[in-house]
Design a binder for this molecule. Structure first.
Ligand code: ISE
Length: 338
C-alpha cells in the first residue's frame, strides 16, 4: 500500500513537497497537512484528493493512519516534531536544520540510536538535497574512483539573487553555508575541524546589517581546505558552483548548460544560456530524487539518505561558523566522535 505521509509546514518547501509527492513520487500519498496558517493548509490540502488538514502537528504524527512524516515547519519546531516521530517509530524526512543547536541535534542522534539498537532500523533523513543532485553525485563518484587523485582543495560559490527580509548574517551561515558544509562532508568523507569567516566589503544591494558576501574557510580533519563564497543578495540569479582540485586533476559542477542562444545584444551578437532563478529550479531534480528515495527506503523500514548524524555534524560546524563570524578568528568545531 502507498505510504501515507503527513507534511508538517506548508510554506515554500512544504507546499513544494506536497505537490511533488502528489504528482511525481510513486509509492506515497499525502494523507495530511498541518500548518499554523490554517488557510494556507486548507488551500494546499484542496489540491490533493483525500488529504486532511490536521491543525496540531503532533496529532498528525500520533495519527495511526499516518505512516511517515515530512517536517518542513520553521526550524524551531523541528526538534519536538522529529523526536515525536522517533517515539512513534515512523520515518521522518526533516528539512534542514535538523534542530537549531548542536546539542539538541545530538539528542536526536541518541534517540534514533536507541531505536536502531532495539529494531535495527533507521528513521531520520535530513533534507540535504544536494546529495541527490546528479552533478554532485557524479562528482562524488569521480573523487571516490580516484579520477582526479587525492582531493586537496574545494572551491565553492553559493549565490542567491535575494533573501527574505529578516535574514541575518548568522542565519546565512546556518541556512546557506550549511549546504556547503554537508557537500564538503559528502564529497570528502571526513568531518570539518575548524571554521574561519572573513567579511569582505559588502554589496550596496545587501540589507542593512547584513555582511554580504562572506568568505568561509572550512578545514577538514584530513587537512583539506574548502573555501565558500556565500553571497545572498546578488540581484541576479541562483548560482551554486563547486570545484574540487585534486593531485591529478580537478572537476567542477554547477555550470549552467542547456540551451545556448545567440542573438543580438548591445554592441554585437551575444552567446549565452539561462541561469536558474532560485534553488527550487536549480535543484528540482534533486528534490524529486530525494523524496522518491526517501519513500522507497521508508517502505523498506530504513533510510538511505543523509541521516541524523549528518544533521548533527552540520549543526556543530555551523555553531563554530557563527562563533567564527562573531569573533573574527579561526574556531575549532566541537563535536562528539561518531
Ligand atoms: C535556503 O534556506 C536554502 O536552503 C537554499 O538551498 C539556499 O541556497 C539558500 O541560501 C537558503 O536561504
Amino acid at each position: 500500500a502507498d505510504l501515507r505521509v503527513a507534511v508538517l509546514g506548508v510554506g515554500l518547501m512544504g507546499a513544494d513537497h506536497v505537490a511533488r509527492l502528489h504528482r511525481r513520487v510513486s509509492g506515497a500519498r499525502v494523507a495530511a497537512v498541518s500548518d499554523a496558517a490554517t488557510d494556507r493548509a486548507d488551500q494546499v490540502a484542496a489540491e490533493v484528493p483525500g488529504c486532511r488538514v490536521v491543525p496540531d502537528p503532533l496529532a498528525a504524527v500520533a495519527d495511526p493512519e499516518i505512516d511517515a512524516v515530512v517536517v518542513a515547519s520553521p526550524g524551531r519546531f523541528h526538534e519536538e516534531q522529529v523526536l515525536a516521530c522517533i517515539d512513534r517509530g515512523i520515518p521522518v524526512l526533516c528539512e534542514k536544520p535538523l534542530t537549531l543547536e548542536a546539542a539538541s541535534s545530538l539528542a536526536v542522534v541518541r534517540a534514533e540510536d536507541a531505536y536502531a539498537a532495539r529494531t535495527g532500523g533507521r528513521l531520520v533523513q535530513v533534507g540535504f538535497m544536494r546529495r541527490f543532485d546528479p552533478e554532485y553525485a557524479q562528482l562524488r563518484e569521480l573523487i571516490a574512483s580516484g579520477g582526479i587523485g587525492e582531493p586537496l582543495v574545494v572551491h565553492c560559490a553559493h549565490r542567491n539573487p535575494a533573501v527574505p527580509p529578516g535574514v541575518t548574517t548568522e542565519s546565512v551561515v546556518n541556512d546557506s553555508v550549511v549546504h556547503e558544509v554537508d557537500v564538503a562532508r559528502f564529497l570528502l568523507g571526513e568531518e570539518i575541524a575548524a571554521v574561519t569567516v572573513l567579511r569582505p566589503r559588502s554589496t550596496r544591494h545587501a540589507a542593512e546589517e547584513l555582511s554580504d558576501p562572506l568568505l568561509v574557510l572550512l578545514e577538514t580533519t584530513g587537512g583539506r581546505v574548502v573555501d565558500v563564497e556565500v553571497f545572498v543578495s546578488t540581484g541576479l540569479a541562483y548560482e551554486v558552483r563547486t570545484e574540487v582540485v585534486g593531485e591529478d586533476g580537478s572537476a567542477m559542477i554547477g555550470i549552467p548548460q542547456g540551451l545556448v542562444r545567440q542573438s543580438a545584444g548591445p554592441g554585437g551578437a551575444v552567446r549565452g544560456t539561462t541561469v536558474p532563478a532560485g534553488f527550487r529550479e536549480r535543484f528540482a531534480t534533486a528534490y524529486d530524487l530525494e523524496l522518491q528515495r526517501w519513500v522507497d527506503a521508508a517502505r523498506r523500514g530504513t533510510v538511505d539518505g543523509p541521516g541524523a548524524w549528518d544533521g548533527y555534524a552540520a549543526q556543530a560546524v555551523c555553531a563554530a561558523g557563527v562563533e567564527a563570524l562573531l569573533c573574527g578568528r579561526r574556531t575549532e568545531v566541537r563535536m562528539e566522535q561518531r
